[in-house]
Design a protein around this ligand. Structure first.
Ligand SMILES: [Zn+2]
Length: 469
């Protein structure tokens, strides 16, 4: 038998999306084993999202042949990480899709929900739909869930998912050679959490990464303290009660919405705010919250303790969940003060647009941004102080207060990212800084070079690097 020289195992890492930008995550790992056999695994296959839910470049063919891939590993269920998985199926992908259990459940919700939005958007612009319901079903049928820390093998590579603490079910992906437990390790951070999080466990520490692909969404910024954000939310609610206004919170359906519900639940249970109506006006958020309730085993210990006294962390007197469109429309007739939580988080679609159109022109109202606002989104325009915005073809004056609360971000800030890298400082050979706008990525890479003496490169879409495992 011919002995294989394991040190010759080279892995190419292709950066196809979320490189120099925050959306469209799509990385390809290609192992060329000593015997010439190839293993091709995709890490994430997300939508590009800016001003629209579906940017035109989502329609372009993939820069690789989907049929040639062995598998896809999904770090978490945000659309910019999973949104093109059905298109991959449609375009000929035949392998399996792997993720944690909550990610699989969320993916089913998110992909089905986004189909509705994509259908409307495609019809409005006279464009072809990027995938159909049958493609979502085919993707879900090929989806296999894994527990954290439960290793598995695809071709010549072995994989392990670890808790990223970003949203429920989010994972860091560790990659080694299947046949050599002592091989070097590639780590994909996915999106990293803003630990300590109110609900989730801390981001896992990876102490032995050799090659790291790390997100840099907030690579040049620090978040405000969570306690400060909690206080801000409390004051803001008190304020709209006094002014008889409306507090609009555009929120991502995963994590952000549950964190807000959890905090309002705490404020109400502790008698710190009056019991005013709170509308959870998002079918997706309502369903996602149900998924959260089924996975309390992944919560942190503090939350598990609270659950001994309060078995429903996301429900309180005054909460109204509006699943149907008619119920959503009726919110407009409900007297103020009131709180409306609705998607989408960056105001690039969803029911929040109807509320924004109605309530932005009134100075007694508040729009509270709790999420990252991508360049080109309506949320970003409002964040940057636009005095008037265009919503569904109408010019809407902005008189309402636009406030921000950074402490509820689900992303690690610059210090969180730095400390994640620092745990592996002794073993790291190369760091690829991805998933950030150029300024944030460059700033973060420079900091890694200057303060930790590490070899960090900001990747661009289309880049390919070869590493040896
Ligand atoms: Zn994410």
């Amino acid at each position: 038998m011919k002995e294989k020289n394991i040190s010759e195992n080279k892995v190419k890492i292709y950066f196809h999306g979320a490189s120099g930008e925050v959306t469209g995550s799509n990385y390809l790992l290609e192992l060329e084993a000593g015997d010439g056999k190839k293993t091709k695994v995709l890490i994430d296959c997300g939508l590009y999202q800016g001003g629209k839910v579906c940017e035109d470049k989502n329609r372009e063919p993939f820069p690789y042949d989907p049929a040639s891939l062995d598998a896809v590993i999904v770090t978490h269920a945000h659309l910019d990480h999973i949104g093109r998985v059905p298109k991959l199926k449609k375009d000929g992908f035949k392998g399996k899709i792997y993720s944690t259990y909550p990610t699989k459940d969320f993916a089913n919700l998110m992909l089905t929900d986004s189909l509705g939005v994509l259908t409307k958007e495609a019809a409005r612009e006279g464009l072809e739909l990027i995938y159909e319901e049958k493609d979502v079903q085919a993707a879900m049928a090929a989806w296999e869930a894994k527990e954290y820390e439960d290793g598995f093998t695809i071709g010549g590579l072995s994989f392990l998912l670890r808790d990223a603490g970003h949203i429920l079910g989010s994972a860091i992906v560790e990659v080694k050679l299947a046949e050599n437990a002592d091989s070097k390790k590639i780590v994909f951070s996915g999106d990293l959490g803003n630990s300590p999080e109110p609900l989730l466990r801390e981001t896992s520490r990876v102490k032995d990464a050799n090659y790291l692909i790390i997100e840099s969404t907030y690579g040049d910024r620090l978040h405000e303290d969570r306690a400060e954000s909690d206080l801000k939310l409390e004051r803001m609610i008190e304020d709209i009660v006094v002014k008889n206004g409306v507090l609009m919170i555009p929120a991502f359906s995963l994590e952000r919405t549950q964190k807000i519900l959890f905090q309002i639940n705490n404020l109400i249970e502790n008698g710190r705010i009056p019991k005013i109506p709170v509308f959870l006006d998002s079918p997706l958020s309502i369903k996602a919250t149900m998924v959260y309730k089924g996975y309390s085993k992944y919560y942190n210990n503090d939350v598990k303790e609270i659950m001994l006294e309060d078995d429903d962390l996301f429900s309180f007197t005054g909460l109204v969940q509006t699943l149907e469109t008619e119920e959503s429309k009726s919110i407009a007739n409900k007297p103020s003060p009131k709180i409306i939580i609705a998607g989408s988080g960056m105001l690039n679609g969803g029911r929040i647009l109807h509320h924004a159109k109605k309530y932005l022109p009134d100075k007694n109202n508040v729009l509270l941004l709790v999420s990252y606002q991508a360049a080109g989104s309506l949320g970003r325009q409002l964040q940057e102080g636009a005095k008037a915005v265009s919503i569904m073809g109408e010019t809407v004056p902005v008189l309402a207060k636009v406030a921000e609360m950074g402490g509820y971000s689900s992303h690690a800030d610059a210090n969180g990212l730095f400390s994640f890298v620092d745990h592996s400082a002794d073993t790291l050979l190369k760091i690829f800084v991805a998933h950030g706008e150029l300024k944030a990525g460059s700033f973060f890479a420079q900091r890694l070079k200057d303060y930790a003496g590490l070899d960090a490169t900001v990747v661009k879409s289309g880049d390919c690097f070869e590493v040896e495992l």
